[in-house]
Each structure stands twice: as C-alpha cells, then as structure tokens.
Design a protein around this ligand. Structure first.
Ligand code: BG6
Length: 473
C-alpha cells in the first residue's frame, strides 16, 4: 500500500531562478533576466511596463541567481544525498538558441545540459525537463512580439527537435510549458507579451495561448517521433476553486474561474477547445485566429500525462467587498485557512481534492511537479535552519497526496517539491522567500557567499524518500 514502487521523489527548479551566468556560455538575454526585484516587478511580469534591458535603478536577481550554472555538480550531489530519484529542471532557451531564431544551436549550451543530465544519471536521478519555464528570448520579443506571433511555433519546434535529438536516451520525461495558464496572469513572464496602449489584452493572450497550444502539440508529436520512449506532459498552476458561499452565484463564479485555468489542459489532454471556451471566446470577441490543420494537430497529439503545481486552493466570491490580492490570482479570503508569510492559504486537504479533481477530469497519469512553502529562514552561524514549519507543511501535503493514491486510487507518477535548494522567487524576485532543504547564503540584493548548507528538513526529506513516503515523522 502507500506509494507505488518506482514512485519518483525529488525536487523542481527553473533555469532562470537558479542558474545565473546570464551572459556566459554564449547565452542570450531572456524576458526573465530583465524582471527586477521590488515594487516594479509586478508591472514588468504582467506586460504593463516595458523593460527590455537592464537599467541602473533596479537589481535583477536572475543575472546571478544562486550560481547553479557553475555549481550544479555540487547541488545535484546534495540532491542525491537526500535520495532524489527525480530532478525537475528547465532549459534556458537562450543557452540553446541565444536569439531564438537562429537555424543552428549553440553547442556550448547543448554541452552544458548534456553534462548536467549525465551528472543526474550518474546519481541514478531521472531528469524531468521543462522546455520553457517562464522563459523567452528577448530577441523574439523585440523582433516578433513574443508568443502573440505565430512564428514562435516554428522557433519552439526547432528548439524541441534539437533537445529531443541531442538528449535521446538521457531524458525521457518532458514538460512543454510551465504553468501554461500563467499566460493569463503574468503574460510577459509566461509568454513574452508586452502590451501597447489600447490593445485588447484578452485577444492577445488567447491568440498567444493558441500558439502555445499548437506548439505544445507539435512538441509532443516530435518527441514521440524521435523516441517512442519519450513521455510528454502539460503543466497547470492548479488549485481547486471554492465558492466563498453556497450562493448559486458564487458556485457558478467558482466554476467559471476554474474553467479559465483548466481550458489550457482541456486542450492539451483532450485534444480540442471545449464548448464552454469556444462560446466564451466568441462572446467576448477574442476568438484566436486558427490555421487550417491546427484542430487536427491538437487532436492528434495530446499529452501522455498531466503535471501540475499545487500551493493552495482558491476562493471566489461575487461580492466585491470580498476581493483580495494573493499570488498572481485574484480571489476572496478563505476564513478556514491559515496563510503563509506571503499570504498564500495553506490547504493540505485541498491538495487531495485538487488531485482528485484533475484525475476525474482527464483520466491520465498525474505528476505533482511543484509544492512547497516559501518562508523566511533564520540560519545559525553554520547556516543550519530549524525549519519545522517547512517540514509541517510538506508532511501535511504528502499525507494528503498518499490518501489520493491509497484511498482514491489516483495514478500518480511522482512528486517533485518546489525549490529543494533556495532560489529566486518567481513572483517577487526575492531570495528571502525560501523553499529549500538546502540554504543558500544570498540575500535579495545579491549579497552573500553563495555557500550551501543543510537545513533540518534535509534529513527529514531523506527519510521520507528512503521509506517511499511511509515515514513522515
Ligand atoms: C510557480 C512557478 O508558480 O510557483 C515557480 O512555476 C515559482 O517558478 C513557484 O517559483 C513559487 O512561486 P514564488 O512566487 O514563491 O516563487
């Protein structure tokens, strides 16, 4: 009972949040590089404020991040010490194609990831690779407008073909777009979209979404052609949506809100735009332009598995007085839940609900590829952190995940918690919002030695993995 044999345990990171080395190895500039820490970040990542280059007034945390670009061997060895059997990471597109529209890839970038994957294999760690995790070459944004332009499909296809061919046999598990629904909430970060005054945001977002959906289906096609062993997944920023009250208006609003996010996965997992989406896009006058053949591509190349991040559930109310801002999602406060230091609700039971809801909807194998607690850590002079709060959070969530598997029968492939090593926050750009089992000596403005040290949770997670999720004490 409990987790099946071979269940994959590990952690997840994204290139821009940990690598640094932004101008090394022939790498080009990306959207994620120019997102600063501080109050201006929100306007930049949502595409409201154009920031296409560095300026002197801001600090850009992705430039150096935690220097994993140079330290990946040391970091992967620490993951192996915890017993990881899986490591989810992302490719920086601009290491492979610095501008994005070249015909030939950058060998130095390809060699870098090849060595990283080999290092994983040496430690018996299965790499799970996100092809784009909030990552778009700046040149493609300046020259083509990012994913609003259909040309992006061709550039992405080329990237995929190169990756699948080069890493055949080394990588088997792929995710096409991280949190694809994030395009609705942070379009610059999610799809390299920056708005001009007077533009219809929804029309642009859904056009870009269509391009990403077609690109994702083509990536799945190519992956299977290159190696039938490849398994390709989509990736949703998940979280069941609760109505704030049982008023039918709130219930309906919750359903609509859930559908807004499920829309993407409905297409990727079932192979067609669902009727509710077609009607809604038509009604709002934002139906994306499709080309002949798109529908067939979407239908023929659905994903092999569905992956998702889970941090919290959402709560929706039709009462304007109930609206609060949290994460990049708007909603109402749930009075039954405690919140993290960053105001994110903590809802372990909602994790079980969400896992079941996703499985009911898609009936495909599932993979939890992000879950974790961002918190302020206070290290002692040796960099040791007594992070019982993190252990408590993860324990409660893993317990609920076990119930989803054991009691509800959901086929779950694995669990990669978010940020096994402290890294830059995607939402705020801070280092202070830490998720890791491994502490990294670096602050919000880039000060610190970058030294790594084990927190209390490091030994705890090692025990969890060794017991295949049985020993959560
Ligand atoms: C997910 C992203 O939205 O949440 C990660 O895929 C991100 O990139 C994670 O880091 C946690 O969010 P944050 O804002 O705390 O970094």
């Amino acid at each position: 009972m409990g987790f099946p044999e071979g269940f994959l345990w590990g952690g997840a990171t994204a290139a821009n949040q940990c690598e640094g080395g932004f101008d090394e190895g022939g790498r080009g500039l990306a959207n994620v590089d120019v997102a600063p820490v501080g109050p201006d970040r929100a306007a930049v990542v949502t595409g409201e404020r154009k920031m296409f280059a560095f300026d002197d007034e801001h600090f850009y945390p992705a430039k150096g991040a935690i220097d994993m670009y140079h330290r990946y061997r040391e970091d992967i060895a620490l993951f192996a010490e915890m017993g990881f059997t899986c490591y989810r990471l992302s490719i920086a597109w601009t290491r492979i194609f610095p501008n994005g529209d070249e015909l030939e890839p950058n060998e130095e970038g390809l060699a870098y990831y090849e060595d990283l994957f080999r290092c994983c294999r040496e430690h018996n760690i299965e790499p799970l690779v996100t092809i784009t995790h909030f990552d778009c070459p700046m040149h493609l944004i300046e020259e083509y407008g990012g994913w609003r332009n259909r040309k992006m499909i061709e550039f992405y296809e080329r990237l995929c073909r190169v990756l699948f061919t080069r890493y055949k046999g080394l990588v088997r598990y792929w995710l096409t777009f991280n949190e694809i629904n994030m395009i609705l909430h942070a379009p610059f970060m999610g799809a390299g979209i920056c708005f001009e005054p007077g533009e219809d945001h929804d029309a642009i977002k859904y056009q870009a979404a269509h391009h990403e959906l077609v690109a994702s289906a083509l990536a799945t096609k190519i992956a299977h052609e290159v190696d039938p062993e490849n398994k390709v997944g989509c990736m949703l920023a998940s979280g069941s949506v609760y109505p704030r009250t049982c008023s039918p208006d709130d219930v309906w609003a919750a359903m609509e809100y859930a559908r807004e996010n499920y829309f993407f996965i409905d297409v990727q997992a079932r192979g067609a735009y669902p009727p509710y989406a077609l009607k809604r896009l038509e009604r709002k006058g934002v139906m994306p332009k499709m080309e002949r053949g798109d529908e067939e591509i979407l239908a023929a190349h659905t994903v092999d598995f569905v992956s998702f991040s889970y941090y919290n559930t959402r709560c929706v109310s039709t009462d304007p007085a109930e609206q609060v801002e949290g994460n990049l999602f708007m909603g109402a406060r749930n009075p039954y839940l405690e919140e993290t230091q960053w105001g994110w609700p903590i809802d372990p039971k909602g994790f079980r609900t969400t896992i079941n809801e996703i499985y009911d909807r898609y009936q495909k194998p599932l993979f939890v590829v992000e879950n974790g607690l961002g918190a302020v850590d206070e290290p002692d002079e040796n960099g040791y952190v007594e992070d019982d709060y993190r252990i408590d959070y993860l324990r409660a969530h893993i317990e609920q995940m076990r119930l989803a598997v054991e009691e509800d029968g959901v086929p779950l492939m694995g669990y990669t918690m978010w940020g096994p090593i402290d890294l830059v926050s995607a939402g705020t750009g801070e280092m202070k919002k830490r998720y890791g089992f491994i502490y990294v000596d670096r602050d919000n403005l880039g000060n610190g030695t970058l030294a790594r040290s084990r927190k209390k949770s490091f030994a705890w997670y090692k025990k969890v993995i060794a017991s295949n999720g049985e020993d959560l004490a």
